[in-house]
Design a protein. Structure first.
Length: 396
């Protein structure tokens, strides 16, 4: 039994499956007699405060602003490593996923704006821009060798560029009142950490501890506190001592399991607690619901495929050898699984609880449709190409 549990947590699909389980648990709690008590628990204030230090927030805020900063630390580490020696390390390598990600952000946002222009929900245009890496990669992993390695790498690189775009959107467009003094404190600490990196200082704690102060100052500056995770990641050295793992790899190894199996499930548990009510389905036909669903289900695959085609047509990029365009379209559908990041941006977009619930429900429906459609296309395509290759081998 212990061996099977270990194998499950080591599987690439495990984080996606765990997220799905906690999503279902959250929905069950919200629609049971436990729902009211669970909401009260999430609203309970935890922490301490003095005249000069304020660290007392609801459990929900600690999850969304505190624990999610650790998630963004991991995202920042992935981005930095890809920029250094991965799929984003050169213009040629990065061009196809870069253009695909740009299309996958701009077209969905444009569709949302078109449907919500001059409404009270127009500020939510960032919601359909996001892709949930854990779910998307988890589904690809379940498909196994039915999906070529090149396509898995393509989706991973695309999702990383997408995350970078989401981070910039959150920092620039979802910032409320800016407190420049706190922001300068955070910037000063970040520059100090960058200087330590240049000086060859490798101690992980000399980056993580200042990162906590960056989180505190950014949280009070008006910019969303999760950006502190990305700044901390970018300051951590990517080169280690000869013969050993680098500091950034050590941090990634230490936080990947807690992020995938504690932080992200807790986020899903706390933020997917949607109580199903009569008339909720009608909300899917509202500008908000339509904007999210059309943006994720239609805009994502359209944008990813169209921009990829343009990049290839212009000779800037090239598709992996033997990759049909329908496979790119299916990967685009997987990009429409917005779940975690889309819900996160929805919470930043709207202060009204009704709009938040409507947005969450639309995100769930859109992510479900995108995931199922992408899975079925890739599964059938994979079976077709596996059979074709077997026939070619037999004939050869």
């Amino acid at each position: 039994m212990r061996k099977q549990i270990k194998q499950f947590f080591e599987a690439d699909s495990a984080s996606g499956i765990t997220l799905l389980v906690f999503l279902i648990i959250s929905l069950l709690i919200a629609n049971s007699p436990l729902g009211a008590g669970f909401e009260a628990l999430l609203g309970r204030q935890v922490g301490f405060e003095t005249s000069s230090i304020h660290l007392k927030y609801s459990l929900l805020n600690w999850i969304n602003d505190g624990l999610m900063a650790v998630f963004f630390l991991m995202v920042g580490i992935e981005i930095k490593q890809e920029l250094a020696h991965g799929q984003l390390s050169s213009a040629k390598k990065a061009s196809l996923p870069f253009f695909a990600a740009m299309g996958g952000m701009l077209i969905p946002a444009g569709i949302y704006v078109l449907l919500n222009s001059h409404t009270e929900t127009q500020h939510g245009w960032g919601i359909p821009m996001a892709t949930d890496i854990a779910f998307a990669i988890g589904i690809l992993s379940i498909l196994g060798n039915r999906v070529p390695i090149a396509m898995k790498v393509f989706l991973t690189a695309l999702a990383i560029v997408d995350d970078l775009g989401a981070i910039l959107v959150i920092a620039v467009f979802y910032t409320t009142e800016l407190q420049s003094t706190y922001l300068l404190y955070a910037l000063g600490i970040f520059l100090l950490m960058t200087f330590m990196n240049r000086m060859g200082i490798k101690s992980i704690w000399l980056y993580l501890l200042p990162g906590l102060f960056i989180w505190y100052f950014i949280h009070h500056s008006g910019i969303h506190a999760t950006i502190a995770g990305v700044l901390t990641a970018f300051a951590i050295p990517i080169k280690g001592k000869q013969g050993g793992s680098s500091p950034i790899q050590t941090v990634e190894h230490a936080i990947s399991t807690p992020v995938n199996f504690i932080i992200m499930p807790l986020f899903a548990l706390a933020n997917t607690n949607i109580r199903f009510e009569s008339g909720m389905v009608d909300g899917l036909a509202s500008p908000l619901g339509l904007g999210i669903i059309a943006g994720l289900v239609l805009g994502k695959p359209l944008g990813i495929t169209l921009f990829s085609w343009i990049a290839v047509r212009l000779g800037i990029s090239e598709l992996p050898k033997g990759t049909p365009w329908v496979q790119v379209l299916a990967i685009g559908l997987m990009g429409g699984i917005g779940f975690t990041m889309s819900i996160f941006i929805a919470l930043l977009s709207f202060s009204d609880a009704g709009h938040q619930t409507e947005a969450k429900f639309a995100i769930l429906i859109a992510s479900l449709v995108s995931g199922v459609a992408g899975y079925l296309i890739l599964k059938n395509l994979g079976a077709y190409y596996l059979k074709k290759n077997q026939q070619s081998s037999a004939n050869g």
